[in-house]
Design a binder for this molecule. Structure first.
Ligand code: UDX
Length: 434
């Protein structure tokens, strides 16, 4: 089978490489000449574990190629996947669909045989029908069906999430389109991956519902963590006790500084806007957004409190600035709230991140970027862990104390045990633990 994937970002590139790995002939298209040139030379513009090998292997065996135009590949493609960005529109929180609709129009102009047009990008409910209308309007003779095939990839484990998904969700309006999609996902079908086949709106809403629920679940445990601190409970044990209930599940119950990333903040906002447009209140989603935004902003005051509430003229070391480990993505990262607030209060901020510093230095002026955690902590009055990179899990307390001006550690990811750090002579604070 042959497909075209439009968009070589996190979702498009991973999807293109994984479909190629399935043996599908894939052309991945992006309008950025620079990005396509780099990819054609095997240089991957994003940090995603294993993606470079997967791309290199499939370019070499001829299953994967890159282009800046969907022509000519689209002429004999069984399906075209729209995996372009759907960022939050400035000002009103709606998803910006201009890239999606632009792709739909260009597809319409180039369709020459029955083709399935698949939205892989997360798009508001109803977008699939709008895409179909646009294509028909642009090319009344076009033979096509629109499908919704939302992705559930987590950055940092995107390849595994594609190759071994909990389920594949496919929204389509014809058996013919469903047959094409099942053929494309045949390798997953053969390992008995559950396939949820539904209508377009159902598939589109499933994606938002899943992400908003996960965001709410994280926000729930974060609020429980605040209560734990007041009643002397341990949030990690509460989470364990909750998560062993099969109806709740262990995952996404790690209390932290608040969620970030390119999806939860954007998708919760888009879902809330859709519900408002339809006059259906979704107060749980609204509260999740509000509580999470406030929490991220509040984290700086936790660090200040650990420094005796005055940070003017003090130096603070920040360990980890990406929104989560194993990615270089800075989108909506808690560091974008914490670091400016500390600088605003007069602190000098030193920081280190294994992968995110190239991105981060464009977004966080005035930070002293360091080559490792210990250099960041050199001469600092306090250190704070914002992202749970593995290399921060085995820092040597004695070496930390030797470089820190004062042994103050704020662990916003609960990497360490309070009793161990206090025994090592640290003033240690964390999330949801006495
Ligand atoms: C998320 C969804 O998990 C994925 O299914 C969807 O396709 C895209 O959005 P991603 O944003 O890449 O994936 O990362 P994820 O691992 O979900 O983490 C999102 C944020 O939640 C991160 O800031 C992370 O630190 C935070 N988080 C996650 C917690 O604070 N606690 C948790 O238990 C889990």
């Amino acid at each position: 089978m042959k497909i075209v994937v439009l968009g070589a970002g996190y979702v498009g590139l991973v999807s293109a490489a994984c479909f190629a790995e399935f043996g599908t002939q894939v052309t991945c298209v992006d309008q950025s000449e620079e990005k396509i040139d780099a990819l054609s030379k095997g240089r991957i513009p994003i940090f995603e574990p294993g993606l470079d090998d997967l791309v290199e292997r499939n370019v070499r065996n001829g299953n994967l190629s890159f282009a800046t135009s969907m022509v000519p590949a689209i002429h004999d493609a069984d399906a075209v996947f729209i995996a372009v960005g759907t960022p939050t529109r400035r000002g009103d929180g709606h998803a910006d669909l201009s890239y999606v609709y632009g792709a739909a129009r260009e597809i319409a102009q180039n369709l020459s045989r029955y083709t399935v047009v698949v939205t892989k990008s997360t798009v508001p409910v109803g977008t699939g029908h709008e895409i179909a209308r646009l294509i028909r309007e642009t090319n009344p003779t076009a033979e096509f069906d629109v499908c919704s095939n939302p992705e559930f990839l987590r950055e940092g484990s995107a390849i595994n999430d594609f190759m071994r998904p909990d389920r594949v969700v496919i929204g389509c309006e014809s058996d013919r389109a469903a047959a094409v999609m099942k053929a494309l996902y045949r390798p997953l079908y053969l390992i008995e991956t559950p396939m949820v086949i539904a209508g377009l709106e159902t598939a589109e809403l499933t994606k938002y519902a899943a992400n908003a629920f996960l965001a709410a679940k994280i926000t729930f445990i974060n609020e429980i963590a605040d209560l734990c601190e007041k009643v002397g409970a341990d949030v990690q044990t509460v989470a364990k006790g909750m998560g062993l209930d099969g109806r709740i599940g262990r995952k996404f119950l790690h209390a932290g500084p608040g969620y970030g990333g390119s999806c939860f903040p954007k998708d919760t906002l888009a879902l809330m806007r859709t519900s408002q447009d339809k006059g259906v209140p979704m107060r749980l989603v609204e509260a999740t957004i509000d509580v999470n935004n406030r929490r991220k902003k509040h984290m700086a005051s936790r660090i200040m409190a650990a420094c005796g509430d005055v940070v003017k003229g003090k130096t603070i070391a920040i360990l980890g600035v990406t929104f989560k480990p194993n990615t270089d993505d800075m989108r909506d990262s808690v560091s974008l709230d914490v670091i400016p607030a500390l600088q605003e209060a007069g602190a000098v901020v030193r920081a280190y991140d294994p992968e995110g510093m190239d991105e981060a230095e464009k977004l966080l002026p005035g930070v002293i970027w360091c080559k490792d955690a210990y250099e960041a902590m050199h001469g600092a009055d306090a250190a704070a862990i914002l992202t749970e990179w593995n290399e921060f899990r085995a820092l040597d307390p004695a070496r930390m104390k030797a470089v820190l001006k004062s042994p103050v550690l704020v662990d916003l990811r609960n990497i360490y045990k309070p009793e161990d750090m206090r025994a090592a002579g640290f003033h240690y604070t964390s999330i949801g633990r006495a």
